[in-house]
Design a protein around this ligand. Structure first.
Ligand SMILES: [Cu+2]
Length: 401
């Protein structure tokens, strides 16, 4: 794949190909894998897209992601085993840019922590957003809008199809500080993929999806007009689209969707498809990433250190190519974090799903395993963009042997 990037922003940028196991120098992380693309400059990304699935791309510079600088990247499988009639991409986002301020202002305000709040600057910090599913504090940032495919509930995306058709829906959370609970009124969802990789199919009423995560679902369409809704988890607002397969009254964004509060799937309910599960073998290397910090101090860090590209994750440089690595992500904070590893798709320990971005609940830990088969300097970080940009990021780097 070849992507020519022309930077027409008045600032440095880059493109990170989220979830793809590509060659390291195309991963798009300034300071680790490339120099930033300066204003007015060009850069060509060229790499093999080795694995089919639902991916996306976005800059890895400051909070640019929260300005809508992203896109879906769907890698088709030349031997697609699933059978379906239609295929839709559903991108979820939280939006404030140009409405209540800019993402740079939010980052500056949050960085000041409690001091910023006392000083009364901005007012973007969200207090008291709570979610049982997320184990407590749901998010840090107040957003005036929640979007599906770039559209607010007042002007919703409408998907049109026919009853009985089977649809593959690829759901991507491109938000910066919001987990979404996604449901399609009047329908059950069959989850077939997590972060691009197949899982043993599981039926559910709703899915919880953190920032950076993707799920593919299959749905057999009913007859009528239905709400496709993504509740901003713990934030009291809902992103909204419409599915129309027949006649009927258009649902209102405020309508209650029973599926939202029935069975809600999270990644721990999934198991990798046997075709992509890692064969069991001895673990050669154990690493720990301890997530720390608090919303009040906004001192997010990994293993006690804020991001420094020259100072990688403890023990990571000892990894040898070809090793099986076990990574324990320990959340010592009072808030959930969507942890993302670049350049690899790990497997949740104990036969769980293949993923590259995983929700780690407060005071819980998650163990994942991967094969060190892609040498280089790989970023690993929280995909809350404001946590990552204030320090909750590290480098998991290893070299060819
Ligand atoms: Cu975080």
């Amino acid at each position: 794949m070849l992507a020519n990037v022309r930077n027409q922003l008045p600032a440095d940028t880059s493109v990170h190909w989220h979830g793809l196991a590509l060659r390291n120098d195309m991963d798009g992380v300034p300071g680790a894998t490339q120099a930033p693309i300066g204003a007015g400059e060009d850069f060509s990304y060229e790499f093999i897209a080795a694995h089919p699935g639902t991916y996306w791309f976005h800059p890895h510079v400051g909070p640019q992601l929260d300005r809508g600088l992203y896109g879906a990247l769907i890698v088709d499988d030349p031997n697609e085993p699933l059978v379906y009639d239609d295929e839709w991409v559903v991108v979820l986002d939280d939006w404030l840019d140009g409405v209540t301020g800019t993402p740079d202002e939010v980052l500056e305000e949050l960085s000041e922590g409690m001091m910023g709040m006392m000083g009364g600057s901005g007012g973007h910090m969200l207090m008291g957003a709570r979610s049982d599913l997320l184990g407590g504090d749901a998010g840090d940032v107040f957003y005036p809008h929640y979007l599906i495919n770039g559209r607010p509930p007042a002007d919703p995306e409408t998907f049109t199809s026919a009853p009985g058709r089977r649809v593959r829906i690829r759901i991507i959370n491109a938000g910066s500080d919001t987990a979404f609970r996604v449901a399609l009124g009047g329908h059950r969802l069959t989850v077939t993929h997590s972060d691009g990789f197949p899982v043993n199919p599981v039926d559910t009423d709703a899915i919880l999806i953190g920032m950076g995560e993707r799920y593919d679902v299959l749905v057999t369409l009913g007859d009528g007009v239905f709400p496709l809704a993504a509740a901003a988890e713990g934030k009291g607002e809902t992103a909204f689209a419409i599915l129309r397969t027949g006649s009927g009254e258009t649902p209102r964004p405020s309508a209650t969707i029973p599926e939202m509060s029935r069975s809600i799937l999270t990644a721990d309910a999934l198991a990798a498809d046997p075709g992509v599960a890692f064969p069991s073998r001895t673990v050669d290397r154990e690493l720990t990433a301890k997530l720390s910090g608090s919303m009040m101090a906004y001192d997010w860090a990994i293993n006690g250190r804020r991001f420094d590209p020259a100072n990688p994750l403890d023990g990571a440089l000892g990894v040898r190519q070809g090793e099986r690595v076990r990574l324990r992500i320990e959340n010592t904070t009072e808030m959930w974090h969507p942890f993302h590893l670049h350049g690899h798709t790990y497997q949740h320990a104990g036969g769980g799903p293949r993923k590259d971005t995983s929700i780690v609940l407060p005071r819980k830990s998650l163990t994942v395993e991967f094969d060190a088969d892609n040498p280089g300097l790989w970023a690993a970080h929280c995909h809350n963009i404001y946590h990552a940009e204030t320090g909750m990021m590290t480098i998991l780097g290893y070299q060819t042997t």
